[in-house]
Design a binder for this molecule. Structure first.
Ligand SMILES: [Zn+2]
Ligand SMILES: [Zn+2]
Length: 338
């Protein structure tokens, strides 16, 4: 038997006992060891995640140990691994172009189907990646970092760029780390003083921008009037997203990681005179995950600095309602299963 934590309906988590699953052909059975708690889980719990159905086992930021394999799977039992939680169809127009991250039929583990807040989970072997030498709690944060790394790749960022990451939550902190790894001058901006001082203290960034003040004036000073060549928006705030059009260097690129339930508008002359490139950035691909793990392994990226809160599996339903409150100061929380 095994235990799962089910989100029965918004605001209600409960333990469920079920039969330990058996891997089918092409699958592995993972003994879950760590689960990152993501904004998606918080919104699902809060009841404000669109297109979400209950009951649902949450959790898509996962690491664990391979304990069994189905027919035709070559992966060795006993190895540590992380999970790529986006299941793509492999045949749609995006998949055929290698953009599995925006598959038209994408299914995300813990969102569209039951996720990893459980002791054992069967997964397609293709989405379980063996990685040795990185602890389970750090492996559980790889997905979150990969979203930031993907945004940096979308921005074609190199050492000659000046990058502003807007929003100092977990995704923004990840994007800023990977922008910095390219050698680009990197700023991080937020309205929240706690988040800004956290970024200043924990991250190797060049400057912070206080969005409560005049952002344009601060950018003018920081860049000698040239403005950032790439802006990565991770705010989830339509007003902030619209403002970025006027904060960008001529010839620059905007990358929107945020998704908001709203229309975004911009002034066309401002867009045109800069010859602005505007890109969306959704999820991440295997390449991004591999880049993140390589950077964690060689020490150029850190996931430990983002993990502010930890709990064990049994205590999670009790502590989670507290963590959802902004005043708790959670940047990233991780559940550990021993
Ligand atoms: Zn996530
Ligand atoms: Zn597809």
């Amino acid at each position: 038997m095994m235990k799962s934590i089910v989100c029965q309906q918004p605001g209600e988590l409960k333990f469920l006992k079920s039969e330990k699953p058996q891997p089918k052909a092409g699958e592995v059975l993972l003994k879950i060891r760590a689960i990152g708690v993501c904004g998606t889980d918080i919104h699902a719990y809060g009841g404000n995640q669109p297109f979400f159905s209950y009951p649902r086992v949450l959790g898509h930021e996962l690491s664990g140990e391979i304990v069994d394999t189905g027919e035709g799977v070559e992966l060795p039992v006993g190895k540590p691994a992380y999970v790529i939680p986006y299941l793509e169809c492999g045949i749609c127009v995006a998949c055929r172009a290698g953009k599995t991250n925006c598959c038209t039929n994408i299914e995300v583990i813990g969102v569209h189907r039951d996720g990893g807040m459980c002791e054992y989970l069967c997964l397609p072997a293709s989405h379980v990646v063996i990685t040795e030498g990185v602890p389970f709690d750090q492996l559980a944060v790889v997905e979150c970092l990969a979203i930031g790394a993907h945004a940096v790749r979308r921005g074609n960022i190199s050492k000659d760029d000046t990058v502003m990451v807007l929003g100092a939550g977990p995704i923004g902190l990840g994007a800023a780390q990977f922008a910095k790894i390219t050698g680009a001058k990197t700023f991080i901006a937020d309205v929240n003083d706690g988040r800004l001082s956290f970024a200043k203290r924990e991250m190797n960034i060049d400057a912070v921008v206080d969005c409560k003040g005049d952002v344009k004036a601060q950018l003018e000073t920081l860049t000698g009037g040239e403005y950032p060549t790439v802006i990565i928006d991770c705010t989830g705030n339509p007003k902030a997203m619209e403002s970025t059009f006027g904060w960008l260097a001529h010839g620059g690129t905007l990358v929107f990681v945020s998704v908001v339930n709203a229309d975004i508008s911009f002034n066309d002359p401002e867009f045109h005179k800069r010859e602005t490139t505007l890109k969306g950035s959704r999820n991440a691909t295997k390449e991004d995950f591999e880049h993140v793990v390589a950077c964690l392994s060689n020490g150029s990226a850190k996931s430990t600095c983002m993990v502010t809160h930890k709990t064990d599996f049994d205590a999670f339903p009790e502590v989670f309602p507290e963590w959802v409150k902004p005043e708790t100061g959670v940047v990233k929380a991780v559940i550990e299963i021993n």
